[in-house]
Ligand binder design. Structure first.
Ligand code: SF4
Length: 425
């Protein structure tokens, strides 16, 4: 979402005749667009602010702006940064940034804008994207779920959805700009709803745009998977058969404390329904270990669910407190650091074995791969993705970036499939 928001801001600034440079010494204004979801993202920004301090000492006129969720959530703490940060703005304030730059340059005083909107969806801004294969489109913003560990409802405000026509219009432009795949984005993307339809209707309308080959979405919540949506996924060949289904924890008491609104049993029943309805589905997930008060026995239940489902891959994190969340206010971060490490290592090991097993099961299959570009490790090989979003590395044949290529899968590691072209489409 932050990458997408940066594309929005670039478009807003270009419309005011700003130009971009990759040289910090040349820049008159530097923005950091921040994420507040994990501690790691915070630490990176504190590191970058330290580096910018030196730059600002050399160039007193440099304007530094801190944007996005961390700015929104930690404004009080960051405000004590001396004179380093000139502009603080949250995710709903991007359209006012050109005026804030002018104000800082005119007055020398800091500018702030943390207003959250019930309506701002940036549907009237066409992001300035880097040309490529995949384009992100934020179809809804904000979140009303208030999971107890998560800061998003406080930093991005209430849920609001763009109209189906607006999203379809942007998709048509994307095709003209050469994109072949769109990924529909939202904090809780499958709670998308407008008078013109629900998320299943939106996915179908986007998939019907001429020239779009693949449609993906992220990140959904398990509470919003009606049968209608799963059937649309199963029946529409352009909607990719990949479901990211965040588990977070496998014990009902912990899930309740997290305010996730499902139980281990209902989660497993949903997994069965998805596997039954969507053929060859790829399943991925998110897990947090060491949530406050989580016991060893409760963590074992998370491992049990991971073993039962056999996700294709997973994002796994140690719990870290996020200021202003319900868990931060009500629960002590009481699982010792070494215990969190021990748990995440066990989880990594289990997931690695499951990923390898799931990938090895693909050996011998034919997969249609959308070519994204050269492989990172070897320029002489291509990298692309299957419909299920698995990375495939293959020899360079007579095809190009953006082609759909039929590939025979001949090898697998835990993270990558390897193959050779069978017949080009
Ligand atoms: S649904 Fe996702 S974005 Fe919303 S509060 Fe829960 S974890 Fe955060």
């Amino acid at each position: 979402m932050n990458e997408y928001d940066t594309e929005l801001l670039k478009s807003i600034l270009v419309s005011k005749d700003y130009e971009f440079t990759t040289s910090e010494d040349e820049a008159e204004v530097i923005f950091l667009n921040t994420c507040a979801v994990r501690e790691n993202a915070h630490s990176k920004i504190y590191g970058r602010l330290g580096e910018l301090k030196h730059l600002k000492q050399k160039n007193k006129k440099l304007v530094v702006g801190l944007l996005g969720c961390m700015s929104q959530n930690l404004r009080g703490d960051l405000d004590r940064s001396g004179q380093l940060i000139d502009i603080f703005a949250g995710p709903d304030s991007y359209k006012r940034i050109p005026g804030m730059i002018d104000s800082v340059l005119d007055t020398g005083k800091r500018a702030y804008d943390f207003s959250l909107s019930e309506f701002e969806d940036y549907g009237d801004v066409y992001p300035k994207r880097v040309p490529g294969i995949n384009a992100w489109i934020a179809v809804m913003r904000g979140c009303d779920n208030f999971c107890s560990f998560c800061v998003v409802p406080y930093t991005r405000g209430r849920e609001r959805s763009r109209s189906v026509e607006n999203v379809v219009g942007e998709t048509q432009k994307l095709v003209e700009d050469g994109f072949r795949q769109v990924t529909l984005l939202g904090q809780n993307v499958n709670s998308y709803r407008t008078n013109g339809g629900d998320f299943a209707d939106l996915m179908q309308a986007v998939a019907a745009v001429d020239g779009i080959e693949r449609v993906r979405y992220t990140s959904p919540h398990p509470k919003d998977f009606p049968e209608k949506f799963l059937k649309v996924m199963a029946e529409n060949p352009k909607i990719c058969n990949h479901v990211h289904l965040p588990l977070q924890a496998g014990n009902n008491r912990v899930l309740d404390l997290m305010a996730r609104t499902y139980t281990k049993e209902s989660f497993l029943a949903l997994v069965e329904q998805i596997k039954r309805t969507v053929p060859n589905v790829t399943l991925t997930t998110d897990v947090i270990v060491g949530f406050p008060t989580e016991t060893d026995a409760e963590f074992e239940e998370t491992l049990d669910v991971m073993q039962a489902v056999e996700f294709d891959s997973a994002f796994m994190f140690k719990y870290s407190e996020r200021k202003n969340t319900i868990a931060y206010k009500n629960l002590a971060d009481d699982v010792p650091a070494e215990k969190k490490t021990e748990r995440i290592v066990r989880l990594f090991d289990l997931q690695k074995a499951n990923s390898l097993k799931r990938n090895q099961a693909d050996i011998g299959k034919e997969e249609v791969v959308l070519i994204e570009g050269p492989s990172r490790k070897n320029e002489d090989e291509w990298m692309g993705r299957t419909d299920g979003n698995k990375i495939v590395v293959l020899d360079k044949g007579d095809f190009n970036r953006g082609d759909l290529v039929e590939v025979s899968i001949s090898g697998a590691s835990a993270n990558t499939l390897f193959g050779t072209e069978s017949t080009a489409n």
